[in-house]
Write a protein that binds this ligand. Structure first.
Ligand code: ADP
Ligand code: ZN
Length: 212
């Protein structure tokens, strides 16, 4: 089964995808992380993508296609997509040779989304996620796990977050309607504790009896 996690910024797609990956051995493909890796590696694509990302704009499709191409051609049954497709063009591209079986929409209000994203932080070294409201590091600014420095993403400033939320309603809403019409959409309340959301996703996917 291939699933797509979709939802507004800060809805917890990445967190839930990681748990599903560990539980079921599915492979998590996330365009946001792939793009950030390209930036870290200072590839041409990364440098081109960074200015769009920092301003909260979508990265042009030609770059995104380049970056997902490898990941998608190697994808086996059991893939979790996160952050892709975000618009109808990306959806068409994906559907040429990939089938999504179920789509989980993690629902969260705009206010909560803005609050969560503006307080999220990451370790520069091991990338562990923190949130100043819900799960602060023990020592301010220092990673509990590796002692690395804790920073805010360049695109998690208010202006860029607001723009991304706007884009979500402009472009991604159409993708959601498309899957809803196909009867593949599952709605899960994302304003709940992490393990509660996870339980609801697993229940809705009807995979609780899977060993792997
Ligand atoms: P968020 O969900 O908070 O927007 P992501 O890590 O998913 O965070 O994405 C960060 C940025 O990466 C986006 O604002 C956008 O610029 C770029 N990006 C990620 N996925 C895509 C995509 N499928 N198409 C275009 N741009 C993307
Ligand atoms: Zn760390």
């Amino acid at each position: 089964m291939n699933i797509l996690l979709i939802g507004i910024q800060g809805c917890g797609k990445g967190t839930q995808a990681k748990i599903l990956e560990e539980k079921f051995g599915w492979k998590h493909i996330t365009t946001g992380n792939l793009l950030r890796e390209s930036i870290e590696n200072q590839t041409e694509l990364g440098l081109a993508a960074k200015k769009f990302m920092d301003e909260g704009e979508l990265v042009p499709d030609k770059y995104v296609f380049q970056i997902v191409e490898d990941a998608l051609t190697n994808a086996k049954d059991g893939t979790i997509l996160d952050g892709f497709p975000r618009n109808m063009e990306q959806l068409k591209y994906l559907e040429k040779n990939f089938t999504i079986d179920k789509v989980v929409l993690l629902e969260l209000s705009d206010e909560k989304a803005l609050e969560r994203v503006s307080s999220r932080r990451n370790c520069v070294d091991c990338k562990k996620d923190y949130n100043l409201l819900y799960n602060k590091p023990k020592v301010e600014g220092i990673c509990d796990v590796c002692g690395g420095k804790i920073v805010q993403r360049d695109d998690d400033h208010e202006e860029a977050i607001k723009k991304r939320i706007e884009k979500f309603y402009e472009d991604t809403a159409e993708v959601i309607s498309y899957f809803s019409e196909q009867g593949k959409l599952i709605r899960v309340n994302a304003d709940a504790p992490i393990n509660k959301i996870q339980d609801n996703i697993v229940k809705a996917l009807e995979v609780s009896d899977l060993k792997k």
